[in-house]
Design a binder for this molecule. Structure first.
Ligand code: FCB
Length: 460
């Protein structure tokens, strides 16, 4: 598929861009929307850099036609966005809020009018606060409650939306939300994290079934995981890398693909931590067949062991003797995340081996840089162009080597509310001036448009 000056992608390869509701919509109280855990969390002092909130964000609730115009300029065939659960069920359960559903219905129609395929994520982290007040993902009932929500969404949009993603990055939801407390709901409780993890998987399984029942025409249903490669800096760290792999990759791929958690999870991450957590039949539900797997990839992780427990320069302690390492000379983004596209290739070819027939989509990939508007009014984000080029080349190589990658979604369409980092970190192909809400296509957006239009990556 590669000639000397370009790498061609397979016919029908889906090019897209992605966003998430809380990160772009704003309008937290419009049309009967209830509060989500991110509304609560972002308004809690000290939780978000600079005290930022998603109250306005990109104002996409009102400006979605401008966003769609940008998708058209990017020449993409698909848009991955998420539904705000508390717009649709303000308290997380019971009757649907028609005005909330209407917003998404208009968005879907506007996309279809312009020939852009909607790819809908049901849950991208904004749990209705009323459900958190009852225990959130740590309570078992949430699986059934989530399936009811899935059925409502599919009943309203399923005549036009044919691609559904149940959950975005359950690892982040469970472990950053309930173990580290750096994300909403801001809880630091390992037992709750383990419980949340299991209930997220269960909710996914029930939602798969609900989506299949509720959509009038056959739907493609999948889940998005944040998978990565853990690389040991020395032979002594090999075990640590395997353990971290079991926590972040295996704890999802195992139950979803093989109906079992990896055996090597240590006590604090094992389902055995919570008595009675796993019921008979759970794995049958969780491993319900899916039509595709979504992969979010940003950076690999290098890890090492320091017997003296003293991190050296470029290292961060992640256990008594365990460190996360930034190898010298390897570039990092504005998030301080490593840039190494070979790890994306590694993840995709691993999935080729572990799930040989399962179609894959890269549902997020991108990078944050210190973007600024030049006096000419342009954004010359050559680092992002480089990052994109390298990662698209890795996807192309994985396809050549047998991985069934069917599409790629750049994160993100727009600069937006980057969770705990607020507006300080820009991931967009489109620059957003948060003072005026003006949108400007960045140099990387032009580059991505040329790739999407040509279905090929220029190699020079
Ligand atoms: C992912 C999230 C997405 C965005 C990127 C940078 O973990 O799914 O919402 O914040 O990271």
């Amino acid at each position: 598929m590669s000639t000397h000056d370009q790498l061609r992608f397979p016919d029908g390869f889906l090019w897209g861009a992605a966003t998430a509701a809380y990160q772009i919509e704003g309008a937290p109280e419009a049309d009967g929307k209830g509060p989500s855990i991110w509304d609560t969390f972002s308004h809690s002092p000290g939780k978000i850099f600079h005290g930022d909130t998603g109250d306005v964000a990109c104002d996409s609730y009102h400006r979605y036609p401008e966003d769609i115009a940008m998708l058209q300029r990017l020449g993409v065939g698909a848009y991955r966005f998420s539904l705000s659960w508390p717009r649709i069920q303000p308290d997380g359960r019971g009757q649907a809020n028609a005005a909330g559903l209407d917003y998404y219905s208009r968005l879907v129609d506007a996309l279809l009018d312009r020939g852009i395929t909607p790819v809908v994520t049901l849950y991208h982290w904004d749990l209705p606060q009323a459900l958190q007040d009852k225990g959130g993902w740590a309570m078992r009932d949430i699986a059934e409650i989530f399936a009811d929500y899935a059925a409502i969404a599919a009943g309203a949009l399923g005549d036009r939306v044919h691609r559904w993603i149940t959950l975005n990055e359950p690892w982040v939801v469970a472990h950053v939300g309930y173990r580290d407390g750096r994300h909403a709901p801001g809880i630091s409780n390992p037992a709750q994290a383990v419980a949340a993890n299991h209930h997220l998987l269960l909710a996914h399984g029930r939602a798969v079934r609900a989506l299949r029942f509720a959509t009038p025409s056959p739907a493609q249903v999948g889940i998005t995981l944040n998978l990565t490669a853990f690389r040991p800096m020395s032979p002594a760290a090999a075990d640590l890398a395997e353990e971290l792999d079991a926590r972040q990759n295996g704890a999802y791929l195992g139950p979803l693909l093989r109906g079992a958690y990896p055996s090597r999870l240590t006590a604090d991450f094992s389902p055995a931590k919570v008595d009675g957590l796993v019921h008979d039949g759970d794995f049958g539900t969780i491993a319900a067949p899916i039509d595709f797997l979504g992969v979010n990839f940003y950076a690999p992780q290098y890890v090492g062991i320091r017997p003296d427990g003293e991190p050296r320069q470029g290292e961060r302690l992640i256990g008594p003797h365990e460190v996360q390492v930034q190898p010298e000379g390897m570039p990092v983004t504005a998030m301080n995340w490593l840039v190494d596209a070979s790890a994306l290739y590694q993840v995709l070819t691993r999935l080729r081996d572990e799930a040989p027939r399962l179609p894959l989509y890269v549902t997020e990939n991108g990078s944050a840089w210190y973007d600024y508007v030049t006096p000419d009014g342009t954004i010359e984000d050559y680092e992002r162009v480089e990052y994109l080029r390298d990662h698209l080349a890795a996807v192309g190589q994985a396809i050549t080597d047998g991985a069934h990658v069917r599409g790629y979604f750049a994160w993100s369409l727009l600069d937006n509310f980057e969770w705990a980092e607020g507006y300080a970190k820009r991931f967009g192909l489109v620059y957003v001036d948060f003072g005026t809400q003006q949108r400007i296509l960045k140099r990387s957006g032009e580059f991505y448009a040329s790739v999407a239009r040509g279905n090929a990556l220029p190699l020079s």
